[in-house]
Design a binder for this molecule. Sequence first.
Ligand code: NAD
Length: 251
Amino acid sequence: MFDLTGKTALVTGGSRGLGRAIALAFARQGADVAVNYRGNAEAADAVVAEAVGLGRRAVAVQGDTSEGREACEAIVKAAIDELGSVDILVNNAGITRDNLLVRMDADEWEAVIDTNLGGPFWMTRAIARPMMKARSGRIINMSSAAGRMGNPGQANYAAAKAGLIGLTKTTARELASRGVTCNAIAPGLIETDLTSDLPQAATDALTGMTPLGYIGSVEDVAAAAVYFASDEARYVTGQVLGVDGGIVMGS
Ligand code: NAD
């Protein structure tokens, strides 16, 4: 089940956290991987070395997905040049710049919108034609429970992650006839560097609201990405899967 042998994947922000776990889960399932990173070449190289240790082809691809069209096209081109194709794209790179709405400044708003929504848009735009031509492909967007339910202090982040759900559904509709699916994962609170400096009170409050009552692991999210990437998920598109301990129960 969920064998990815012979597939190629590009994971943005793949040097740590959820992106790293997804890249390595793909490699364990047989996929070759391109690990996009912005600044930490050493961490990206370590992920590449682990994937190579699993017997896969793997490459690190530097690039800042928040920089728009040219930067994203260059990342996609480098991955295709190295691996021959990109069958699976995971738009995982994301940041937070939390502040209350009335205190949020333009830099905080724009950085999060450009990274968490602009990045996935330009990456998807860059990969769409090659995937349409191949008549197959998987695009997986990393949304968030915050995008489905809102979160105080995260107007920028929740707006971007909600926007990403709209992008997911539109991409799914536009590319379906070419055999390309697009789905989103909406994690709840997952233990990574992104969440490690949350105040204990905020972590406790979120855990308290989570029916399963604990923080998720990166493997919980990686398993969902493996499923969406698989042949078994061929009839699933435009969906948002909460990997969130039940904090959001959508219909
Ligand atoms: P993280 O901070 O550990 O990792 C994010 C990675 O993305 C980092 O390696 C970072 O360098 C990279 N990145 C950031 N901006 C980039 C850019 N412009 N170009 C290229 N790479 C860039 O965070 P994480 O917890 O692993 O989060 C991964 C994704 O999951 C994010 O989109 C985040 O919003 C989402 N998410 C995380 C949680 C959680 O609880 N951890 C919950 C919901 C959603």
